[in-house]
Design a protein around this ligand. Structure first.
Ligand code: SRM
Ligand code: SF4
Length: 573
């Protein structure tokens, strides 16, 4: 909010939602977090601080598997915290991997979650261990600030490493954007790292965000065609690399993506971003800053369900946005340039990069790094990290690239992959390799149905149909979320499931294979038996009647199972 008197501000705040008031009186995200952390009487934070902690990358949760039992015993919920570590572009070092592994096994629930936005999540941290956890993350030269909250989140960039020089250059833009849009408040350092800042170094200005930050979360991704592995169109702001003769010239700019909705409220809907123009690469930060500021000034702060940038754009139109942007830039962005996306999934196994280096993409079921007898992935990756001299790249599909392996070291990594039985893609159906599920139970407070703990067993059943129909090597995007927030981008699944109640899901069909089209509701509130009964005949027919190269998402539209969704606004119609 700009140019406003104190009286007007008072009035405006009264109108705004609670979170806006909490931000207003938070003193740049400090609130009473220090006192909350010191309170020995409860495992929780004070209520307002549970909102502010998100800006520091920390969510208060409770173990939902234990909720009823604790209630019966008249105990407070089993409070614990999730910490999200930003990893811009998903790139980190083996030393950082080892440190995240150590932290996970010291203060967390012995597992690491690779997220759908190329970040790490650690679960199950109790309040008294929060500070030591954040300090250890900081010691590994990583941070959690702005991993959540009404600010720009972890910036994504294409992890699929076919074009390594380009990858490096585009990744640098992701890193710079991430840094540039990080809140400037020093609250994080004071609260979590005990830095005793002098009044001269204490930062109480937010030149980009202002005191009230953004109306809602904000997400940015960069993609290098033909790979849309980051699902660029699901982001508030996107940059599509435009390359000529192997040189990065600039980016097409996309705006207004976002996937969340609320069951039964048709004024909320998923929306894919529009391509509004092209900017030369040296203008990338300026364009991002002005777009963020437009959302800061025009986003709806009175209704959080209508506060994302996608609604600002649908309410005012992309023509308005372009005029506003050009005015603020002081120059005019060009018309978009041609580009083609061909896929949104990951390429598995070894790919040769440049300078005699290789990259191995490893399938990580639902991004969960935890040891089981059949799949000792945590131990295996720890042993790999101890000898690996390149980097790790977290993909937006919850997988992991062991990157920059010299040809000399390749046999060493191969031997470790074999020793720890880390799944080769060839053993799995292409459906499983293109599956994503969000976290949901037991940690997510918003889950209505299982997701991560359920999707693998549903795929076991669908695999039987795929083998009957000869479709086992046909890549099909399947996505599941435990609620309509869409954290595993369920609206972009050729087959999408959104939880409604325990064991019950809405089934959506018809998204585009390279992330270019949303799916559409096909059946509502169905259980596993009904899911199999619905999908079986569709998959059989697809195997018989598909045209050459036709993707399942296109087939179900051509054959009339669902209508194509051409705009988010029409998602429910
Ligand atoms: Fe998400 C909230 C997990 C990607 C849309 N998301 C949550 C919370 C924090 C639940 C909460 O608010 O209490 C979940 C924590 C669960 C847990 O126990 O771990 C959660 N979201 C995740 C992750 C970990 C899912 C995963 O399986 O990897 C992803 C972390 C990404 C990251 O590293 O930053 C994650 N969330 C997404 C995505 C996908 C994306 O960004 O590409 C979306 C849909 C795209 C979008 O933003 O529109 C998404 N999450 C939401 C929303 C709905 C936002 C909205 O516009 O209404 C919420 C709820 C909210 O913000 O109120 C949410
Ligand atoms: Fe939780 Fe819903 Fe996100 Fe799944 S989609 S992690 S259930 S908020």
């Amino acid at each position: 909010m700009i140019n406003i008197t104190p009286e007007e501000l008072e009035l405006e705040l009264a109108r705004r939602v609670e979170v806006e008031r909490i931000k207003d009186k938070s003193n740049y995200l400090r609130g009473t977090l220090v006192q909350s952390l010191q309170d020995p009487l409860t495992g929780a934070l004070a209520e307002d601080d549970t909102q502010l902690s998100k800006y520091h990358g920390i969510y208060q949760q409770d173990d939902r598997d234990l909720r009823d039992e604790r209630r019966k015993q008249k105990l407070e919920p089993h409070f614990q915290f999730l910490v999200r570590i930003r990893v811009p572009g998903g790139v980190c070092t083996p030393t950082q991997w080892l440190e995240v592994d150590r932290i996970a096994n010291t203060w967390c629930n012995n597992s690491i979650r690779l997220t759908t936005r190329q970040a790490y999540q650690l679960h199950g941290i109790v309040k008294r261990n929060l500070k030591v956890t954040i300090a250890a993350i900081n010691g590994a030269l990583m941070d959690t600030i702005a991993a959540c909250g009404d600010v720009n989140r972890n910036v994504m960039s294409t992890a699929n490493p076919e074009q390594s020089r380009l990858h490096t250059e585009v990744y640098e833009y992701a890193r710079c954007l991430n840094e540039y849009l990080t809140p400037r408040t020093t609250a994080y350092h004071e609260i979590w790292l005990d830095e005793k800042l002098l009044s001269t170094t204490r930062q109480d200005e937010e030149p980009i965000y202002g005191k009230h930050y953004l109306p809602r979360k904000f997400k940015i991704a960069l993609a290098i065609p033909p790979s849309n592995d980051v699902d660029l169109f699901a982001n508030d702001l996107g940059f599509i690399a435009i390359v000529e003769d192997g040189q990065l010239l600039g980016f097409n700019v996309t705006v207004g993506g976002g996937l969340s909705m609320t069951h039964g409220e048709t004024e909320t809907y998923p929306r894919l971003a529009d391509v509004i123009g092209y900017c030369p690469k040296n203008k990338t930060l300026q364009v991002a800053e002005e777009i963020v500021k437009i959302q800061r000034d025009f986003g709806d702060r009175t209704n959080r369900k209508h506060a994302r940038f996608k609604y600002t754009i649908d309410d005012r139109g992309t023509d308005w946005l372009k005029i506003e942007l050009n005015n603020r830039l002081g120059w005019t962005i060009d018309p978009p340039r041609a580009f083609t996306f061909e896929h949104s999934g990951d390429r598995y196994g070894w790919v040769e990069g440049i300078d005699d280096h290789w990259h191995h993409t490893l399938f990580i079921p639902n991004g969960r790094i935890v040891d089981t007898e059949a799949y000792p992935v945590m131990t295996g990756l720890r042993e790999i990290a101890k000898v690996h001299e390149g980097d790790f790249r977290l993909t937006a599909n919850q997988n992991l690239v062991i990157g920059q392996v010299s040809s000399k070291q390749k046999p060493v990594i191969d031997a470790l992959l074999k020793k720890y039985q880390l799944l080769g893609a060839e053993q799995l159906t292409a459906l499983r390799l293109n599956a994503m599920a969000c976290v949901a139970f037991p940690t997510c407070g918003l889950a209505m149905a299982e997701s991560e703990r359920y999707l693998p067993s549903l795929i076991d059943k669908l695999d039987i149909i795929l083998k009957e129909t000869g479709l086992e090597n046909e890549p099909i995007l399947i996505r599941m979320t435990g609620c309509p927030n869409g954290c595993a981008r369920s609206s972009l699944g050729e087959i999408g499931f959104i939880g409604k109640a325990p064991g019950k899901y809405n089934l959506y069909l018809g998204a585009g294979f390279h992330g270019q089209r949303l799916n559409k509701l096909y059946r509502e509130n169905i259980n596993e038996e009904q899911i199999i009964a619905e999908l079986g005949p569709i998959l059989h027919r697809y195997s018989r009647e598909r045209e050459a190269g036709e993707r399942l998402g296109d087939f179900v539209i051509r054959t009339g199972y669902v209508k194509a969704v051409l705009a988010g606004k029409n998602f429910h119609s």
